[in-house]
Design a protein around this ligand. Structure first.
Ligand code: GLA
Length: 734
């Protein structure tokens, strides 16, 4: 317990009579959360926002309404929504919790406060956790539910956290979408009624919605000003986020596992731990909350979060299933000649009895198809070494096809409703393995372990998951535990990932699920990055990556230069623009280089070289979103700056093209007003440099005025096109 907290507890206790008013501050460098947790009384929420002074802390109770439980339970105040609802063994549906203890302990990465609650009648307990992570403005909160009742207790609802948010002109920002259209930003004013953001896919939880939201407390959301609360549920499975606005002064926010078809029977002595909700507060607008999440992610929630990522070529859009030794060798040589550092062989390399020539067979048969690759993975690694690049490989471990040797051997390993035919997914034959089953867990662990043991040179794994749970039934779980299926799937997955990471902490693993179906903080601690979308169209990526950047740092967002016309939208976008968009995330390529012209290859080679220079700024820097594409003003723009503000990269993409359209001049942010920055354009294609190329401006000027971007590129007539984009590198003069 830190000094500040102790003083606070003492000072509040001195002034109270009767029940000890024990207010607890959970504080980060710039924020405070205050709860009231008197032993023998209720755990109530008091405050969450900017850091409180000692005086404000002392008097906070008189200024804030301590009427809301910090973790509301069902049964004695039935009309309002609750975070936890149970049925005791004797049929009693109610809970009434009181504080029995509050403690704070220091761990190596932060400080944990635990409020222990007990039911007034039943031996039923809830521990509410609050954890601060050193050096971040994030507070993680979750609960642990347990009991000593004779009969099992059924948990009908088990949300992780609740937060009341003062009404006013509060806006919600959240992400929605679908396959190939992930991370679309929606911003809406909170009105009376209930807003639910949920997922029931079972496997992929971020195609149609995301388990993260932001609240703008001061009216219409602004990127760089205004009080903002961000919340991210760190869970890979089905979730439910709810904002309930009824007749009082607060919006009531709940987040946790989706309880639908998931009632959980908890035996005596066992505990049920809910996934954490990460909360952050910033008075620097939405971008401020994003920066808080990004830092927390890089430091704690993303595998190898502070190590620069390699520039790669992935084979998927280049050759799809047409994998062969010569083709892979040619791609490796091409990416090496452009300065890339890693080659990733995607789907299509495996299969014994059944060949994987399309998506309708062989998942689970993880043996090299020697008809395509006679020299096996050894041959590929040999070629990678020859070309001076690292080698990576695609797998989809949680899945099988009914046309596979694995399914023939273990039909009981798949998820399917008893007595019914399995519902089939991709390719008309795909099925999901039952991760509740420890044998399945071992099978998946061994797949990775065998690959890595046989081929320790494998540097990167792309871990895919292309089907949701479409029928309810675990052959492993007993009849009375069928409603645990979704939860046990994700527990099983996490166990496997923990084992893999314990043995292979440095292996780069990409989290992919039909594109961006698994961008969540339940999984990212085990993955280095995620595939943002199967849609690689640069224009649509501006919108998708904008939304995704609300919660996820650029270092985690795989962003690839692909072919024109684009394979998803069929749009033809000039290479310069495709490069400029891909370079705002974790740069890679997903294209057949042998179809590129020498001029195109030279442009990519130059871009890769320049990206290497700015990579630490993009991947480890602070993000300032400047002009949203969702404002429909014809341009989108953002900037990354180093924490020292001595270097920055400014991105500007035109999103519409109309002649004589008036585009706003974009003001920069995140610079040091007192530093002078020299401007250098990257990826230049114009015949003439920009007017201000090589010139120096103060941060104050750039933030007050921005720089005037020409609406089009100056190119030879036959090269003119309707796209325009700029990347500027800013370096402070010494
Ligand atoms: C999914 C992924 C793609 C690719 C294919 C391979 O759709 O999102 O990137 O790996 O699977 O089948």
């Amino acid at each position: 317990m830190n000094f500040r907290k102790i003083t606070f507890l003492l000072s509040t206790c001195l002034f109270c009579s009767g029940l000890l008013a024990q207010n607890v501050e959970i504080s980060t460098p710039n924020t405070s959360m205050v709860i009231s947790a008197p032993v023998g009384g209720n755990l109530n929420y008091l405050y969450y926002g900017a850091k409180l002074s000692p005086t404000d802390l002392e008097n906070i109770e008189s200024a804030e309404p301590s009427i809301y439980s910090a973790y509301p339970v069902y049964g004695m105040n039935c009309q309002v929504e609750s975070a936890l609802a149970v049925k005791h063994g004797d049929g009693n549906m109610s809970l009434e919790m009181e504080v029995v203890n509050v403690s704070t302990r220091t761990e190596k990465d932060g400080e944990v406060t635990v409020v222990e609650l007990k039911d007034k009648v039943y031996p039923f307990y809830v521990d509410v956790y609050y954890k601060t992570l050193n050096g971040t403005d994030v507070i993680e909160t979750w609960t642990e539910v347990k009991h000593q009742e004779k009969k099992p207790v059924v948990l009908n609802r088990f949300q992780s956290a609740y937060l009341p948010i003062r009404r006013g002109d509060v806006w919600l920002s959240h992400l929605s979408g679908s396959w190939a259209n992930e991370g679309k930003l929606t911003q809406e004013r909170l009105e009376p009624g209930v807003k639910i953001i949920k997922n029931k896919d079972g496997v992929r939880n971020t195609h149609t919605a995301h388990p993260e939201v932001m609240f703008s407390l001061d009216g219409k959301p602004q990127e760089n000003s205004g009080a903002t609360i961000g919340a991210a549920l760190c869970y890979s499975g089905n979730y439910k986020l709810m904002v309930d606005t009824h007749d009082d002064e607060y919006h009531h926010f709940f987040a946790g596992i989706n309880e639908e078809n998931s009632a959980y029977t908890l035996p005596k002595g066992e505990s049920f731990v809910t996934p954490a909700v990460a909360l952050t507060y910033s008075d620097e607008g939405l971008s401020g909350s994003s920066r808080n999440f990004h830092k927390w992610a890089r430091d704690y929630k993303l595998a190898n979060g502070n190590q620069l990522r390699k520039i790669l070529l992935n084979s998927w859009e280049g050759v799809y299933f047409d994998i062969n030794q010569e083709g892979m060798d040619q791609m490796m040589s091409d990416i090496a000649s452009m300065g890339g550092e890693l080659f990733v062989m995607d789907d299509g390399w495996f299969g014994g009895k059944y060949q994987r020539n399309t998506d309708n067979s062989s998942l689970g048969d993880w043996v090299v198809d020697t008809r395509k690759l006679p020299d096996g993975i050894e041959g590929l690694i040999r070629d990678a070494k020859k070309n001076g690049v690292k080698f990576g490989i695609w797998i989809e471990p949680e899945m099988s096809n009914t046309t596979s040797e694995l399914y023939e051997k273990h039909p009981e390993w798949i998820i399917k409703a008893p007595q019914r035919e399995p519902v089939l997914g991709r390719g008309g034959t795909q099925v999901v393995l039952d991760l509740a089953n420890p044998q399945v867990q071992d099978f998946i662990y061994n797949l990775v372990d065998d690959l890595m043991t046989k081929y320790p040179d494998i540097d990167y794994i792309k871990w895919d998951a292309n089907m949701g749970i479409q029928n309810h039934g675990s052959n492993y779980l007993t009849a009375d535990k069928q409603s645990h299926m979704y939860i046990e799937f994700h527990r099983g997955l996490e166990k496997v990932l923990q084992r893999i990471r314990a043995k292979y902490p440095e292996l780069t693993i990409q989290d992919c699920a039909s594109g961006g179906g698994r961008a969540n903080y339940g999984l990212l601690p085990y993955f280095d990055e995620f595939w943002v979308s199967d849609n690689t169209d640069a224009l649509q990526r501006v919108y998708m990556q904008w939304g995704t950047s609300y919660f996820f740092p650029a270092i985690a967002m795989a962003s690839h230069i692909s072919a024109a016309p684009n394979h998803q939208t069929f749009r033809t976008i000039p290479l310069k623009y495709r490069i400029d968009v891909a370079m705002s995330g974790r740069l890679g390529m997903e294209i057949q280089p042998k179809n590129m012209t020498e001029e195109e290859k030279a442009l990519c080679k130059n871009a890769i070289e320049e990206y290497k220079m700015i990579r630490p700024i993009v991947q480890l820097g602070d993000l300032y979103r400047l002009q949203s594409p969702y404002d429909n003003l014809g341009v989108a723009s953002l900037l990354y700056a180093t924490p020292e503000k001595d270097k920055a990269v400014f991105y500007w993409w035109k999103t519409e093209q109309f002649v004589n359209q008036h585009l706003p001049r974009v003001k920069m942010a995140g610079l040091d007003p007192n530093k002078n920055y020299k401007v250098k354009e990257l990826n230049r294609v114009d015949n003439e440099p920009l007017n201000f190329e090589g010139k120096t401006f103060s941060g104050a000027y750039l933030m007050a005025n921005g720089l005037e971007m020409p609406y089009n590129h100056k190119l030879d007539y036959h090269k003119l096109n309707d796209y325009s984009s700029r990347v500027l590198y800013l370096e402070a003069a010494q």
